[in-house]
Design a protein around this ligand. Structure first.
Ligand code: BV8
Length: 246
């Protein structure tokens, strides 16, 4: 297994680097990871069962309130040293690094990261559950939870990609293109079980990139890695990326 100095050298020599991030990169900001997220009143629900259109149609108020509680919580936290290390590296090495994230918390963007590819949408925006009609105006909604069009009852829904829904096509295609072209992929804070996002790491490895995993626990993508750093991303990333410039 390579150590930090090897990976730092690869980073300085690389032309195209992709950082594929998951919920773990936001853990040190105080955002529970997706699979550890259920605390308090949400403890009895499996996130996998809430993050679907079926769940929303069956229990709109419950699912809407779950997202509202997550949106409130994310609004109260800040990007951590891991997010900041990535955005500083990108600033010091223009055009070299692209962040492809599974996260919906917007923390990479709030850390100043430009050109983030958000595979699973955003907690911070809503959209219509059914295709909008003439009458559907987001500025004129009922006061219920979830809010709806007063004329036709079309409900607002979180602007995230639910399980069973296709990812935004352009984002996925761009991420696949980058995975195939990169020299190095940092796989940060993801259990690697959600597809097609996790498949990007395999695409990168199959195309000849070096894959480096940063995760305190083992993950489903470890087998692809030339190096696994068993640590928190807010600790490892600043050390790995510090004062790197091409
Ligand atoms: C799709 C938005 C085509 C919502 C998310 C059956 C029917 C339908 C689909 C499927 C099916 N079987 C399989 C699928 C595909 C499915 C899938 O992958 N399922 C898995 C679970 C088996 N995928 C989909 O449905 C995707 N769409 O395939 O469309 C299609 C269409 C119709 C029918 C078939 C196919 C859509 C997937 C997107 C789902 N939406 N988010 C929301 O957030 O509410 S995904 C959700 O999980 C989050 O975005 C999260 O980011 C993501 C992935 O999880 P991780 O990020 O890895 O988070 P996790 O908690 O798992 O792990 C955290 C890691 O961090 C851990 O490893 C931990 O050790 C580590 N960690 C902890 N602390 C730290 C740390 N690391 C570093 N530092 C630390 N300090």
């Amino acid at each position: 297994m390579s150590d930090i100095s090897d990976v730092r050298q690869w980073l300085s020599q690389a032309t195209n680097v992709v950082a594929l991030t998951g919920a773990g990169i936001s853990a040190e900001s105080g955002v529970p990871t997706f699979r550890d997220s259920q605390t308090g009143i949400w403890a009895k629900f499996d996130p996998m069962e809430l993050a679907t259109e079926e769940a929303f149609r069956a229990h709109p108020q419950r699912v809407w309130q779950w997202y509202a509680s997550r949106r409130d919580m994310v609004g109260r936290v800040e990007p951590n040293a891991g997010h900041l290390a990535l955005s500083c590296f990108a600033e010091q090495n223009p055009g070299k690094l692209t962040v492809v994230t599974q996260n919906v918390d917007g923390l990479h963007q709030r850390a100043g990261q430009k050109g983030v590819i958000a595979l699973h949408g955003s907690l911070m925006v809503d959209t219509w559950l059914n295709p909008a009609k003439e009458c559907c105006n987001p500025d004129h909604l009922t006061a219920e939870e979830p809010p709806a069009c007063p004329a036709c009852g079309n409900m607002r829904r979180p602007g995230v990609v639910w399980f069973g829904e296709n990812l935004p096509r352009r984002a996925l295609e761009r991420a696949q293109q980058l995975a195939e072209q990169c020299d190095l992929m940092l796989v940060i804070g993801t259990s690697g079980v959600v597809y097609p996002a996790a498949g990007l790491a395999r695409m990168a490895a199959n195309a000849g990139a070096s894959v480096v995993v940063i995760n305190p626990e083992s993950s489903a993508l470890d087998d692809l890695a030339v190096s696994c750093f068993r640590g928190a991303s807010a600790i490892v990333l600043p050390e790995l990326l510090a004062l790197q410039s091409s």
